[in-house]
Design a binder for this molecule. Sequence first.
Ligand code: AMP
Length: 418
Amino acid sequence: MTDYKFKSPTGMHDIFGENQRYFERIFEVSKKIAREYNFEKIETPILEDKKLFEESIGNTTDIVEKEMYDIKTKGGEVLALRPEGTAPIVRSYIQKDMYTLPQPVKLFYFGPFFRYERPQRGRYRQFWQFGLETIGKGGAALDSQIIKAFYEMFKELGIDTLVEVNNIGGDKCRPEYKKLLQESLKSQRKKLCENCKRRLKENPLRVLDCKEEECQEALEDIPQIIDKLCDECKEEFKSLLEYLDDLEVPYKLNPYLVRGLDYYSSTVFEFFVQDDHLALGGGGRYDKLVDLFGGKESPASGGAMGVERIIEAMKGAGIEIEGENKKVFLAQLGGEAKRKSLALFEEFRKEGIPVYECFGGDSLKNQLSRADKLGVDFVLIMGRQECIEDKVMIREMESGKQETVKIKEAVKKIKKKL
Ligand code: AMP
């Protein structure tokens, strides 16, 4: 392997070529869907106060325990590269007094996030997410609309998805269930993985979505939250499922779904590729987060999808994204021809006709072979002789037919042929 002087940091990648085309498609589709559902774009800084994440995501979560990139600035602030998008948006909602806007405020984002994870397929240290958030009004109808928007986005990208849903209770019923779960898991403590043994005390709900086999076994006989929900949460959950039925979103109930971040309550959901268990992203209600950050209590709901995972799913579904397909190539030979070709290129550009060119020092032979590879329909050739006569040769690639025209007529001629 080449010994490079510099490489991108571990788990961080350049997005280039084919992957960039997937990225752009996902960005375009997600932006379009977000607008259709009345979400407005927001960009928050890449860095935030580290405490913002510690206090919201939770101290016993993987993100806060081991995955944050933190830095101390020269001024002594302790900042973190954002590991997720919801907490910064809630910070902004409060800081920008968004209560004064018509509620709920509906925001979407598309950007890079950072987690110090062990890099592996589908898991990077810099990854991209697309997210939707509604803050200021809550309820199952809004939850269902967020789920529907994600579902439609996936459909438009060509991915069949299934969304798993659950309700993890609210203030009234969750503490009770937590205790019950703790009790029930205590007797199985020995079976749990090391992480869950630790989590048992602080955050027993996290044991529910632990992927370790030993923990899965321990979960077989535990009480399910759905049976312990208060009337309000039960009603919310019932309404959510009815709305999803009406909106024709295929879903599956997953009583073990809890999501890895502490700020969620009530509705939680996670999207998977149908027939594959590739997780694309998820979300849920976070009615207490604005309050937790010192704002006026405001119900809220949202979710985020991983862009790299979406690309993987699109490739898995055989979706290809063609590169640009321009029909004209402009080749030239000699200093004066280069000068006139640069000007001719501008004429084409102004007319909105896309043209490939090669203004580097390549030989005419190389330029023509490149034009051939690109599969263009027409090559314009300005050699020394044509240049002297203020002309350019137009070659139709398929028939091999050639004609020489005045430079100032070239754009008109090509326009007719296209
Ligand atoms: P989370 O914010 O943990 O709920 O993650 C939501 C989605 O973001 C996941 O389902 C993934 O699609 C994506 N994601 C999270 N962490 C990573 C990572 N380290 N690398 C790539 N994608 C990620």
